[in-house]
Design a protein around this ligand. Structure first.
Ligand code: SF4
Ligand code: SF4
Length: 114
C-alpha cells in the first residue's frame, strides 16, 4: 500500500461498481472540462503519481479487483494487465500535479470533447 505524508492510503472496499466516465456527465460538471489520461505502455508502475496527488485520489490497484464486469473485453484487459489505474473523479481537481510528476510522460491532461 502506498504511503504519503498523510500516512497510508485508506483501506479500499470492494463493494463498488467500476464504470467508465460518461463524457456527457463530465460536461455538466462545474469542474474544468478536463480529464487525466494514461498511456499504459509508458507507465513504469513507479506509483509516483499516487504519492504526489494532494487529494490522494489516485489508486494503483491489483487487477484482481475487476470482477464480474459487464464487458468481456474489460475482463480480458484486466487479466492481461499488471495494475489497474483508478482516479476518483469526485475528488480530482485536475491540478495536473500527477502529470508533472510522472517520470515517463505516461499521464496527460486532456480536454473533454463537446
Ligand atoms: S490532477 Fe491533481 S487531483 Fe487529479 S489525480 Fe492528478 S494530482 Fe490528483
Ligand atoms: S507516475 Fe507515471 S509511470 Fe509512475 S505509476 Fe504513475 S503513471 Fe505510471
Amino acid at each position: 500500500m502506498g504511503k504519503t505524508d498523510k500516512g497510508e492510503h485508506p483501506l479500499m472496499f470492494d463493494d463498488y461498481v467500476v464504470q467508465q466516465v460518461d463524457p456527457q456527465w463530465l460536461q455538466e460538471r462545474v469542474k474544468p472540462k478536463r480529464h487525466i489520461g494514461l498511456t499504459p505502455e509508458l507507465c513504469i508502475l513507479c506509483r509516483a503519481c499516487e504519492d504526489v496527488c494532494p487529494w490522494e485520489c489516485i489508486y494503483m490497484m491489483s487487477p484482481d479487483i475487476v470482477r464480474d464486469a459487464d464487458s468481456p473485453s474489460l475482463m480480458t484487459l484486466a487479466s492481461q494487465s499488471h495494475a489497474v489505474f483508478i482516479i476518483d473523479d469526485n475528488e480530482c481537481t485536475r491540478c495536473a500535479i500527477c502529470v508533472e510528476r510522472c517520470p515517463s510522460d505516461a499521464l496527460w491532461l486532456g480536454r473533454v470533447d463537446n
